[in-house]
Ligand binder design. Structure first.
Ligand SMILES: [Zn+2]
Length: 273
């Protein structure tokens, strides 16, 4: 790839080092992999030094070698697939109902989960995210924020403050599921996964910052039916712990393996509301 032309001197005082390519092997996440590195080598003492840029290239080479070995799309495959469809990172994020941060991370060398890999392959084959996972609505982060704001008005307290685990997502989950069941369309278009602590926005870690930054006023306003659903949920679960406990008890959550997506069609079996 791009060869840095800055010469790094040997830290042991032997003068200039030489740019070198090497094949290396290692065990990564329990898998034996072979990858290519670029670094500078001192011909006198044999020490290897690298620039920060080379270090990040090496990180990605390790990640890609691992992904290739276990059958996940590599950074390059994701980027090329996206370009082939003439999609920006933001377009692809929209198609997949994930935040743009996820796309950037995967293309940058962070390893996607198996289920996200499956979603990536679908999206890169030109298929939009399954409607069953977005509840017949295009995913909207501003609308997610608007829903949270409506909950805060109903509950008369802040629910997003320092919410690193995004526990307030349980409220939105109920809002989305009940709206789908009763109105035929989710409110936010978000996709939810079963996590050890109950239903959660898929890839929520990447979404938290985007939710906090977004402008709720740019979202499609909530209808009166949607507002009624939100106030019903707020009335039923006035405390965070109540909505957390209720969502854990839902059969549609209990029966699913950890990490799997909760389809909106399961909304028919909700018991908490
Ligand atoms: Zn040296």
């Amino acid at each position: 790839m791009n060869k840095p032309n800055k010469v790094i001197p040997c830290p042991n005082g032997h003068g200039e080092t030489r740019a070198t390519k090497a094949k290396k092997t290692m065990t990564f996440r329990g898998v034996d992999i072979t990858y290519q590195t670029e670094h500078y080598l001192c011909p006198v003492c044999g020490i290897e030094v690298g620039s920060i840029e080379q270090a990040s290239i090496t990180q990605r080479a390790i990640s890609d070698a691992y992904r290739k070995t276990v059958g996940l799309l590599t950074s390059e495959e994701i980027r090329e697939g996206r370009k082939r469809l003439d999609l920006t990172q933001d377009d692809l994020a929209q198609h997949m109902c994930v935040g743009i941060a996820s796309i950037k991370r995967w293309e940058g060398g962070i390893i996607q989960t198996k289920s996200m890999d499956h979603a990536l392959r679908r999206a890169l084959q030109g298929q939009a995210a399954n409607d069953g996972y977005s509840g017949n609505r295009k995913f909207s982060i501003p609308r997610l924020r608007l829903i949270l704001r409506e909950f805060e008005a109903s509950l008369q307290r802040k629910i997003m403050k320092d919410d690193k685990g995004l526990y307030s997502a349980k409220y939105v989950w109920y809002a989305d599921m009940v709206a789908y069941r009763e109105l035929g369309q989710s409110m936010s278009g978000a996709t939810y996964a079963c996590l050890p602590f109950g239903p959660q926005l898929n890839n929520y870690r990447d979404l938290i910052d985007e939710i906090k930054k977004t402008d709720a006023n740019s979202a499609e306003p909530l209808t009166s039916e949607e507002k009624k659903i939100i106030s019903r949920i707020a009335l039923r679960f006035p405390k965070d712990q109540m909505v957390i406990d209720a969502s854990h008890r839902e059969v549609i959550v209990q029966r699913k393996p950890i990490g799997s997506i909760i389809p909106y069609s399961d909304a028919a079996e909700l018991t908490g509301l």
